[in-house]
Design a protein around this ligand. Sequence first.
Ligand code: ADP
Length: 612
Amino acid sequence: MGAYFTICSLVYILIFIFFFFSKGSVVNTETKIYKVLIITTAIGLIFDILGYVLYITGYPIKSVLYFFIVKTELLYFVAWIFAFTFYIYVISYNKKSGDYKIKHFRKVYHYLLLIFAFLAFIVYVLPVSFIDTGKVVFPQGAAVAGTYLIAIACIIACVSFAIKNRKNIIIAKYSPLFAMIISIIVVIVIQRLFPDLFLINFCLSIVIVILYFTIENPDLKMITELNIAKTQAEKANQAKTDFLSSMSHEIRTPLNAITGFSEALKEEPDLPERAKEDINDILMASESLLEIVNGVLDISKIEANKLEIVNSNYNPYKIFHELITLTKSRIGEKPIELIVNIDETIPKVLYGDHTRVKQVILNVLTNAAKYTNSGSITFTVNSLIKGEICRLIVSVEDTGIGIKRDKIDKLFDKFERLEEDRNTTIEGTGLGLAITKRLVQLMHGELIVQSIYGKGSKFTIVLEQRIVNDPKLENTFEFQKSVSSKEKQPLNKKVLVVDDNKLNIKVASRLLEDYGLTVDSCYSGSECLEKINSTTYDLIFMDDMMPKMTGTQTLHKLKEIPNFHTPVVVLTANAIAGMEEKYLGEGFDGYLPKPIERKALDLIINKYLNNV
Ligand code: ADP
C-alpha cells in the first residue's frame, strides 16, 4: 500500500517526461532547470520503488545495497530542492524584463554545483540508521536530519527571494513554491496519522506538474511555423514593393511619349480649337496618371523603409508661390476663392527637404480643391521662431464637403477613400493622405485634421525647419520667369540625346526641335563617347538606366576627357524625390525627369543655351 502513490507518481512522471521532451522546447534557464527537476524526480521515484521492492522481497536492511539506495534517495531530495531553489532565484532575479538568459546565471550555477557537491559528500558521510515498522522502513540519523536541514534552508532561501522580489511578483510564477510549502505541511500531517504512507515524492511530483504550467515554455514547433510564415509574408511584401516600383518605372516611358508628343502637338500652328482641347485633356489625364504612379512609388518606398529625407537649403517663399499657382490651376473654373495669408516673418532661407515639404502641403491643398464645390480655401502659413529653428504652421481650411467624425481615423489608411459613392466624380486613389501622414512623420512633424461634415475641413501641418543664411537663395523664387518655347528665337545650337529607347529619343527630339535646335541622338554610352570625339555639342541629355554602361558611368568617362565642358543633363524616369540631389551629386549639370514637362525643359534650355 505504501508504494502505490510512488508507483502512480512514477508512471505519471514518465508520461510527462515523454510528453515534454517529444514536444521540444525553447532552451532557456527555466526550461533547463525544469529538465533537471523532472529527471531528478523520475530517478528519485525509481530509487524509492527499488528500496520498497528490496524490502518486501526480504532483502537485508543492513546490506551495502540498501544503504546505497537510501543515501541516493536523500541525495535526490537535496538535488531536487537545490534545483528548485535555483529556479526560484532565477525567476526572482530579473522579473521585469522576463529575461531568463543562461549567461546571467552561469557564475551562480557553478557555485551552486560546488555547494551541492559538498552537501552530497556530507549526506553520504553522515551515518544513517533504519526503523522497521513491519510494513515499511524509515531511514533515520544524522544524514536524514542533515537532509531536512538543507531542505529547510532552501525553502527559507526561496521565500526570501520571493520577498525580495515582492514588487514585481507574479503570483502564478511562484505558485509551485506555495504548492510545495503547503503540500509538505499536509504530507507531514498525513504521515503522522498514517506512518505507512510514503508521500514526499508524490508531493514533489505534484510540484513538477504545477511547475510545467508556470515556466515560460513556448512551443518550438509553433515558433518555427510562425517564423516561416513571417519570412514568407516579408518576401511577399518585398515582391509586391519591387513589382510596384518596377511597374511604375515602366509606365513612365510610354507616359513620356504621350505627354511629350501632346506637348509638341499643342505648339503646332493652325491647330483646330477642338484638337487643342483634346490635347489639353490628354495632358490632364497623363498628369493624373503620373500622380498615381508617383504615389504608388512613394508608398512602396515608404513601406520598404527606403524613403529618405534629403535636406538642403531652400527658399520657402518660392515653394509657397509654386503652391499657390498649382492650387489656382487645380481650382480651375470652380467658384472658389483662394485666400492666402503668409506670415512675412518666415526666414528667407530654410534647411529641410523642400520637395517633401512642397509635396505634403500640395496634397492637402489639392484635396481642398478637389473636395470643395464652392466657397473658399484659406491657405495660411505662420511661423514660430525659436533660436535657429523655425516652426512652420501651415493650415488649409476649406468650405467643402467635410468628413464624418468617425471616418477621420480612416483618412490615413492607404487606398482608403471615404464615401466613394458620393465622390465618384472626383479622381483619386486614396494614397495622398497616407503618404502625407508618413512623410510628415518622417520629417518629425505633425498633421492635424479638423472637420465638420457638410461644412468644411481644416488640415494643419506643423514642420520644424532650421534657419540658415544663404544669400544666393534669398530671391530665387522669381526665377520662374524663363524663356518659354513659345517665345523662342531659333537657337543655333546643337544638342545630343542619349537614350536606349527609340521612343524616348523621338519624344525628346520632337520637343527640342521646337526650340530650333539641331538634335543628334545615339542609343548607348559608348556611342555617345564616340560622337563626342568628332562633334562638339552645346548640351547633352543623358538617360541613366541604359544597358552595359549607365548614364552616370558615361558621364564619369566624359568628365575624364580633357577640355570637355559641355553641360550634361540627366534625363530619367527614376524621378522619385531625392534623385535630383543624387544625380547632381554625381556631377550632372541638370536634372530633367520623364515624362518631360515643357516648363522644366524651358528652364533647362534657358539656363544652358539661351545665356551661353
Ligand atoms: P484621394 O486620392 O482619394 O484624394 P487622399 O488620401 O488624399 O486620397 O484622401 C482620402 C480621402 O479623404 C478622400 O477620398 C476624401 O474622401 C477624404 N478627404 C481628404 N481631404 C478632404 C477634404 N479637404 N475634404 C473632404 N474630404 C477629404
